[in-house]
Design a protein around this ligand. Sequence first.
Ligand code: AMP
Length: 499
Amino acid sequence: MSIHFINRIKEACDLHPGKTAIVSGSESVTCSELWRISEQLACYMEENTPEGKPVIVYGSKSPYMLISFLACSKAGRAYCPIDASLPASRLQDIIEMIESPAVVATEEFPLPANVIMTKSMLSEMAHTGAGLSSPEASISSDSWVSGDDTVYIIFTSGSTGRPKGVEISSDNLCNFVSWVGSLFPEDLPILNQAAFSFDLSVMDIYAALTLGRTLCCMDKTLQQDIAAAVRFIKAKDIGYIVSTPSFVNTLLSEPSFCADNVAGLKGFRFCGERLTEQTASKLLVRFPEASIVNTYGPTESTVCVTGVSVTREMLESEDGISIGAAKPGTTVTFDNGEIIISGDTVGKGYYKDPERTKESFFINEAGERSYRTGDLGYEKGGLLYFKGRADSQIKLNGYRIELQDIEANLCELEGVKEAVVLCKKSGDAVRYLTAVVVPADHERELLETSGALHVSREIKRRLSERLPSYMIPKRILFIERMPLNGNSKIDRRKLEGLI
Ligand code: AMP
């Protein structure tokens, strides 16, 4: 049995009460504040939210987001993190799925909803005890999420055009946390790059909180200004970067991102997409002493389940960069080349979606929960290797996208009769997306009068009301009808020749 993750956080908070636990922009909280405010909010939640129902925690990178996650866990409520950049209609889909959940909104919530707590209410509660029946609010550990209770639900792209919610249990998280700490051996600040609504952030959040390290959150604006991002890493004396390889690739375009300038940086912890030999070898030149760990896994199995230290020898080997070996508690097997993950971090399934859950999750012969990843791979010399996908799920700049999700949303737009989304690649990496669209008859006229550029801009604008910006195709190509192959299916290969 793994130690409960909340006990680990408590121990870290007791040990370093005055240490900065989380810093984000101009906001920061100490370990003791993290513990105390989350106790208060947990008590408030016990009284003001229905038991057994997930709570939406909405916002960007405020420390109050993480305080709220911990409060939900202490109150025995599953939390569902939603980033404030999510378009309202996608948010509406999630609200409908959860059926009018309580919402903790650290930023203005864009839809009518049962908002039980805002950032200013939270701050007032922390300072004056406002809203609490007892100012000494503390919650019994009997109330904490435990065992197979859902600890969080993370929504990810779904092939039907609606997001799907991956349900992770308290035990899954405890088991993940008991392993992930070993990837951060030194007491150094940890960088958070991923939005809290992506499961990659679970790695940095829980490593930092359970080990008593400072979590330094980098917001989106900073991430778009590479020189400023490097200055931030230096100023905060970041020791570990947890990110997708894509993010570090952008940092590498800045010459000041090197060991001479960013001396505190000791390690890179990657997950979420292929780590290319180019990125790893550039890093080894810029940071010769740093440790690089490549981890692999899907949201469905709590962030990652394999890991390996990337060495110079590995870069030169025939098979290239491995994704490593399975962590304790996990077994990786193959079914016709598809990676199957079994073990103690495989989640409960998709929220309120037994059918899709049944397609991908099952109990193996050893009685362990198992997940069909859709990833292709193989094992050699005790190490695992990733070979690509068996379906149309892709990674673009580290973001997981089902191409059918974009296609379904495009087809729901007025004026679009049929749509196929394709990847423009360089090597294995996706550079951008192109949508091939057959316009509805009445749209053809508009195309003739206003031109393709105008119509494609309009389609992108309307699509961005439904999908996150990273899912919007860069190019839209109009054709009269879809080419068909011998099986009367859309000939994607032919379309690929057009882009
Ligand atoms: P997500 O659920 O967003 O973490 O995406 C999971 C998917 O990302 C996996 O199923 C893989 O397709 C891909 N992925 C994750 N880690 C790696 C890695 N180290 N190398 C290659 N692909 C990866």
